[in-house]
Design a protein around this ligand. Structure first.
Ligand code: GDG
Length: 480
């Protein structure tokens, strides 16, 4: 499906909190590595076009002005424009308002929300900083695509200071129901910021609906189907479930080296079935509930003891935010407890890794796993589920997927669980482990068809196509 590589006439400006690049200091020198994330892959053909750019934070604080200049020059060669953040901005805008206010609120954790004026002030200031940095790259024919909750005010700030062809925004995480969103003292400013875009996209209908309703109840906006009318401007709201680069995962999974590593991994666990989980450290991923249902599985079906292992890969994330530090300790304790109580000299029930694996190793782990367990309590989409599907080219595995992950709306042939229902989840996990090869194959093939067709290129194409249609409608309305 490579022929779906997106195209766009005119210039494109992508804006996200992080640039798709990793910069590390190694022996006094800076090392630049391109990011392999889904967004970077999907949008690669856009921002690398002539006159198109990607603006964002490069993830590093320069030590000197010369170093800052050097970073700018290096990134410029890659069509990337850095917005540098100070330590205080990182603390208050990123760790503060983005990850200790918006993230918990959008993931149904109002008790984790830290309502602080200094966080809000920094959020406004940094959004303004991003707008300022963008202005030199905006012309009348520029199409702008803003990404995610760190930049909800940006569509408004850009609109006030320039006249691009169109502004799109995509919300990668859930959008809460209006009753919950209402608790924010700055709810109106945030909604106003977003509805200044021409098009706002979500992964699911539920989220789009919540956003429309919030505009209606909190801003008194007129809503016509998927269309918000407010103060003479209009904003379309639509659903675009994000996909992955299916071919890339497929290619890597059938690569000889990957297969060799997968075989080594299987050998390491001998005749045991591997249940895999992969996520960033986050309370939205239901890691403690997952451990509880795995523990239940071993207690309820003791014949599985010494016959199965939970391979749990957790990527360090936001470890400066209080709730994340707390969660990490709780996970350590729970894993230790399961291994100490249920383990034996030759068997550790949970193999837990707190680190990130390189892509080829991750692919091998996907390929080796008998079951992939996604237990999110709430998740915009969850790409891990789709990556696992794309990596099972022998159609041998089973996916156990939370019904609260956006991916469950598309992957109806996965085994769906309510991760809060510990006992039910453990039964479904048992069913996955015991499933016949033919049923696994049937389900896997059905899921693969969906993930292959609705891949990341399809997602990007659809979003830009919708933006173009909106622009055409607006032009027609003006000339009428
Ligand atoms: C947000 C939303 C939405 C993980 N471990 C390793 C590794 N990863 C990669 C996975 C996957 C990505 O991280 C995680 O993506 P998810 O979609 O599962 O979750 P979030 O990070 O929370 O993403 C989510 C997404 O945005 C997109 O809109 O789906 O709902 O929360 O790609 O492969 N990659 C490597 N090594 C690891 O150890 N190389």
């Amino acid at each position: 499906m490579r022929n779906q590589t997106p195209t766009n006439s005119g210039k494109t400006l992508i804006i996200s909190n992080r640039l798709p690049v990793k910069i590390e200091r190694k022996k006094g020198k800076l090392k630049f590595t391109a990011s392999e994330g889904g967004l970077a892959t999907g949008l690669g053909s856009f921002y690398k076009d002539n006159g198109s750019w990607w603006i964002g934070w490069p993830g590093i604080i320069p030590k000197t002005e010369e170093e800052e200049q050097h970073i700018r020059e290096e990134l410029y060669k890659l069509n990337l424009i850095p917005v540098f953040l100070t330590q205080t901005e990182i603390k208050n805008y990123y760790e503060g308002f983005s990850n200790a206010v918006l993230w918990p609120l959008c993931h149904y954790r109002p008790s984790y929300v830290e309502l602080r004026d200094d966080y809000w002030d920094a959020y406004e200031q940094v959004n303004e900083k991003f707008a300022k940095a963008s202005l030199p790259y905006i012309e009348a024919e520029t199409t702008i695509w803003v990404h995610d909750y760190q930049l909800m005010l940006l569509p408004k700030y850009i609109r006030e200071q320039s006249q691009p062809s169109s502004i799109g925004y995509f919300h990668h995480i859930p959008f809460p129901p209006p009753e919950l969103f209402s608790m924010l003292p700055w709810r109106k400013q945030l909604l106003d910021g977003l509805s200044s875009a021409d098009l706002v996209g979500f992964h699911t209908y539920e989220n789009a609906h919540n956003f429309l309703e919030a505009n209606q109840t909190l801003l008194n906006a007129e809503i016509h189907h998927h269309h918000i009318k407010l103060e003479g401007r209009s904003c379309f709201v639509d659903v675009f479930p994000m996909g992955i680069d299916y071919e890339k995962y497929k290619r890597q999974a059938i690569d000889k080296k990957t297969q060799l590593y997968a075989a080594e991994l299987k050998k390491l666990f001998e005749d045991k079935k591997i249940i895999l989980s992969v996520d960033r450290l986050d309370y939205s991923k239901g890691i403690l509930q997952r451990l509880a249902s795995y523990e239940k599985l071993l207690l309820k079906y003791p014949e599985l003891q010494e016959k199965v292992v939970l391979y749990m890969l957790i990527v360090p994330s936001r470890d400066q935010v209080n709730q994340y530090k707390k969660l990490r300790n709780e996970i350590d304790r729970k894993v230790g407890n399961i291994n100490a109580v249920l383990g034996s000299p030759g068997w550790q029930p949970v193999s837990y890794f707190y680190k990130s694996l390189p892509f080829d190793k991750l692919s091998a782990v996907y390929a080796a796993a008998d079951v992939c367990l996604v237990s999110s309590l709430y998740d915009g989409m969850n790409l891990v589920a789709k990556e696992y599907i794309a990596s099972k080219q022998l159609q041998t595995g089973a996916l156990v997927l939370s019904e609260f992950a956006g991916a469950s709306k598309e992957l109806s042939d996965a085994l769906l669980i309510n991760p809060y229902a510990i006992e039910d989840s453990s039964d479904i996990l048992y069913e996955a482990l015991m499933m016949s090869e033919s049923e696994k194959q049937e389900r896997m093939q059905a899921c693969q068809q969906v993930v292959e067709k609705f891949n990341v290129f399809h997602w990007v194409n659809l979003f830009f196509q919708r933006l173009r249609e909106i622009k055409e409608q607006q032009n027609k309305a003006i000339t009428r």
